[in-house]
Design a protein around this ligand. Structure first.
Ligand code: GUN
Length: 291
């Protein structure tokens, strides 16, 4: 068997076109231009590259955007002051603080400082709580993107056993909470497998849909999967590659060569979940702006 490739780039482009259309309508009818503020602390190359890509998407869609770059030594109170400034700015509808933050900064306090109505990452405890109890809210972008990928590739999770590998606040926990809701595009039976439970293969082998978000290159292989399952690979890992121009290449958390022989459908890395995260960020910003 050879799996169908779920083209995240194609689906993300489709969502961005929809967002662009709705943005033009919002501008025409109510004179609102969606505005997104990025806060980037430090010089982590991956974070810089993510923020650059997100800023480019804003340009493409005609959003107003501003990027504040802060030195790695920045004080907590200065980050908070900047957030308060964006909270009060009527031109800014979304605030994104790129994670991770340097160790001396209290991530929880930073997230809590963001006005939850502008929390386009869906990380504020109010949005997290709303998500868990099934209320309308801003949902974390990568998990929301995974739901869209499943639905738009014809893999409705309803009634399926989804095994999420990884329990992070950014992906594992929210994607589990999204997919188990008694709502359209969800209604799955969800298991979260993690490092506290020993061998993850005992769980992944039972899954109709596997979502892997653990940040370990190639950790899930074909022999850990049930034949015909759908595989969503959230990993973005830089591994050394002397033959590559920049000395590294990007691989996922799934061993693609073996997994694609067992699965019925699989997301590639790059070009799978990654582009969806950005598309959903744009959608969240449009919604926060009133669109
Ligand atoms: N770091 C890794 N993923 C994300 C994300 O979705 N949002 C933010 N703000 N930081 C991240």
């Amino acid at each position: 068997m050879s799996a169908t490739i779920i083209d995240g780039k194609l689906i993300a482009d489709q969502i961005k076109r929809e967002v662009k259309r709705d943005t033009e309508q919002l501008m025409r009818e109510r004179g609102i231009v969606p505005g997104l503020a990025f806060i980037l602390v430090g010089e982590d190359p991956a974070s810089q590259s993510y923020v650059r890509s997100k800023g480019k998407a804003c340009e493409e869609l005609g959003f107003h955007s501003i990027t504040e770059k802060l030195p790695p030594s920045v004080r907590q109170e200065d980050v908070l002051r900047l957030i308060h400034q964006f909270n009060a700015d009527p031109k800014i509808h979304g605030i994104l603080v790129q994670l991770p933050l340097p160790k001396h900064i209290d991530e929880d306090e930073v997230i809590m400082a963001i006005d939850w109505r502008k929390d386009v990452d869906g990380f504020h405890p109010i949005n997290v709580g709303k998500l868990v109890i099934g209320q309308k809210c801003l949902k974390p972008c990568t998990p929301a993107g995974i739901q869209e990928l499943l639905m738009r590739s014809g893999n409705d999770p309803a009634g399926k056993h989804v095994v999420v590998v990884g329990r992070s606040n950014i992906v594992g926990k929210p994607v589990a909470n999204i997919l188990l809701q008694k709502q359209a595009g969800a209604n799955a039976v969800v298991t979260i497998a993690h490092t506290g439970g020993g061998d993850i293969a005992q769980y992944t082998k039972l899954a109709d849909i596997v979502v892997v978000a653990i940040g370990k290159p190639g950790a899930v292989t074909g022999e850990m999967l049930k034949p015909g399952c759908v595989v969503i690979d959230v990993g973005i890992n830089r591994v050394a590659d002397a033959t590559a121009k920049n000395g590294y290449r990007i691989v996922g958390d799934v061993h693609f060569a073996s997994a694609s022989k067992v699965a019925s459908a699989i997301t590639p890395v790059p070009g799978g979940v990654g582009p969806m995260t950005i598309a959903m960020l744009m959608k969240n910003t449009l919604v926060a702006a009133g669109g």
